[in-house]
Design a protein around this ligand. Sequence first.
Ligand code: AMP
Length: 192
Amino acid sequence: MRLILLGPPGAGKGTQAARLVEKFKIPQLSTGDMLRAAVKAGTPVGLQAKAVMDAGGLVSDEIVCGIISDRIEEADATNGFILDGFPRTVAQAEALDDMLAKKAMKLDAIIELKVDENALLARIEKRAAETVAAGGTVRADDNPDAFRVRLVAYREQTAPVSAYYASHGVLKTVDGMAPIDQVTAALDAVLG
Ligand code: AMP
């Protein structure tokens, strides 16, 4: 099962992806998580990406496509994967199509979590508060200023990715405003 989860920051992609990991026994490939790990480890990619991520902007297509191209060939992804946070631009979606064709891999589903933009900042603030309560470190970009930039990046660069898949007739949508369990049930229904 090879899936893409699309949706704005705070849509619940990470939460739902974690559940799909359990169900299908395939890894969640979050470019955000991979980039944060690279920043933490101080790798060349991390050093390049840190400032742009902290400000809420998008890392270059070249960097993230390189990361994904390598990652989907690893052994744990043989039976599939869930892409979370990638592709985020139409150029990434086109690059993904090319790399999958070269690797003779096919996508099974592309699902967009539809959410009301007005609810997103509150969700991000809740995530930050829950992280603090659990004794964790809040993401550097989970603050109102960076969030505004992330939302603009979403509207301008990522929303067209949904249109790209819709125009290919392969986009499915699920209501991401419903309670978490209902979203999971809706995803189950879509995935069959
Ligand atoms: P996320 O965890 O998906 O919200 O991603 C956090 C940040 O990592 C984003 O705001 C971007 O700076 C960067 N990032 C993650 N995925 C991508 C991507 N596919 N393309 C460009 N930048 C990305």
